[in-house]
Ligand binder design. Structure first.
Ligand code: GDP
Length: 444
């Protein structure tokens, strides 16, 4: 998660203010230092850090907290507002006909983002098309074509033509039926004159409504120069930050947003077509500060449920709460959870989990959990329906057979049965609460 460190270190500092109703100058100094340290280590530009921290300091000292507001909440609100102000609204993209041009260096994630964005627009009921003009990177054509097929969106490219401007022109003609045109362009390892020339020519032909700069979240200070150059040549309205799943930084991308006076349009959080989020400043900063982001979580749950293909008639959580809990129930639950994306990202969205509980887990706890979920699923595929319906009857000889059949170890099979027992016990406890509606709702 971008600026991961800011959330946890800030929570630590703010927690020291618990119970205080007034802030001393030293308190504020300490908080501001903490914010500066986190932002600088996340590669945010120095002058930007200074501006932000000066604002927070000034406001915390000058503004009078409303009566009865704890000092901690008061500062948190100021930090939140200043961050919202810095990051700004998300890039305006109408849910309507439009053409979007993607720019960025090679490897920043343009091709992947083009397909992801097209998929995103398709979930909004629009008909998107991706036009691949990258004739420079071998494999770009196949990669884009394959990803667009997975996203089930229109695609145009021509591996036999080496003129990107011509491909762009032809692509717009060939995909005239689409509502949203996303034009992917070539990158280079560094900013070179021919790259800038090429993208300027493509821009001339495409006449995009919006040009987006695609940036790898791990980019550091180099982001500033890139952003400036692309902005001068084609004008950048927004930024797509990719690979947020792989870095705790992301400050370079924030610097680029500031530099181009633009905003963030999308966030990329994985290699799959669906690993994309429309940027929402409030939710993003809430997550950053460990306040949870329920809006995003609800969207993911909805998507995961749709993908898991859980039929109302054959799986009803209500039944599970009242009757038998079987391994089939557990498998369905796991599939749904897997479809929601990496567990740690999901936990970041749950208020109270982002900071508190998650921080107390060992670093690799999340990975292990996901790995285990995968191996459980493989094991369950080797079990008979009867065994899944009544796991308690699974004995040593069956364990041996299941391990062999699934290519796992007997120990792993036992672990699964153990996990099942634990979950069953938990469910029993919920059942015991019977009429407690709030609990039942939470369970669901
Ligand atoms: P391009 O050269 O700018 O078109 O970059 P690509 O779209 O080919 O992306 C470069 C590499 O980064 C590929 O291996 C992608 O799978 C990977 N990638 C792109 N976006 C993400 C992301 O959000 N998360 C992760 N983990 N990998 C990504």
């Amino acid at each position: 998660m971008v600026l991961d460190d800011l959330g946890s270190s800030l929570r630590g500092t703010l927690d020291k203010l618990r119970g205080k109703s007034r802030l001393s100058e030293e308190d504020i100094e300490e908080i501001v230092k903490e914010i500066q340290r986190s932002l600088l280590s996340a590669d945010v530009d120095v002058s930007l850090v200074m501006e932000l921290s000066d604002n927070i300091k000034e406001r915390s000292l000058e503004e009078e907290p409303p009566a009865g507001t704890p000092a901690r909440d008061f500062v948190l609100r100021i930090v939140y507002e200043e961050l919202v102000d810095l990051i700004g609204e998300s890039t305006e993209l109408p849910l309507d006909e439009q053409t979007i041009l993607l720019a960025g260096l090679q490897g920043s994630g343009k091709t992947t983002s083009a397909a992801k964005m097209a998929w995103w627009f398709s979930t909004k009921g629009l008909r998107p098309a991706v036009i691949q003009t990258d004739t420079f990177r071998p494999g770009a054509y196949d990669q884009a074509k394959e990803m667009c097929a997975r996203a089930e969106v229109d695609f145009y490219g021509n591996p036999d033509n080496d003129d990107p401007v011509e491909i762009a022109r032809k692509g717009l003609e060939e995909t005239a039926d689409a509502d949203v045109h996303i034009v992917d362009t070539a990158g280079r390892h560094a900013l070179e004159d021919d790259l800038i020339d090429e993208i300027e020519q493509i821009e001339g032909v495409v006449q995009p409504d919006t040009s987006l700069l695609v940036l790898d979240a791990a980019i550091g200070q180099g982001a500033k120069e890139q952003a400036q150059q692309f902005d001068e040549s084609i004008g950048i309205e927004g930024v797509v930050i990719t690979k947020l799943d792989g870095t705790a930084k992301g400050g370079g991308a924030l610097t680029a947003v500031d530099q181009t006076d633009s905003s963030i349009a999308f966030l990329g959080t994985g290699e799959e077509v669906q690993d994309v989020e429309r940027f929402e400043p409030d939710g993003f900063i809430s997550r950053l500060l460990g306040m949870g982001d329920l809006g995003q979580l609800a969207e993911r749950v909805e998507r995961a449920m749709a993908e898991t293909d859980i039929e109302e008639e054959d799986w009803d959580p209500e039944d599970m709460l009242q009757g038998q809990f079987t391994l089939n129930d557990m498998q369905k639950q796991m599939e749904a959870m897997n479809n929601m994306g990496p567990l740690d990202q999901v936990m970041d969205m749950i208020p109270g989990f982002g900071g508190g509980i998650k921080d107390q887990l060992p670093d690799d706890a999340m990975d292990v959990t996901q790995e285990r979920m995968h191996s459980f699923s493989v094991i369950m595929d080797s079990m008979t329906d009867a065994e899944k319906e009544y796991p308690k009857a699974v004995g040593a000889s069956q364990i041996e057979r299941i391990a062999r059949g699934s290519g796992t170890s007997e120990e792993q099979v036992r672990e699964l049965l153990q996990q099942y027992k634990m979950m069953e016990r938990t469910i029993k406890q919920f059942q015991g609460m019977g009429s407690d509606q709030e609990m039942q709702r939470m369970m669901k």
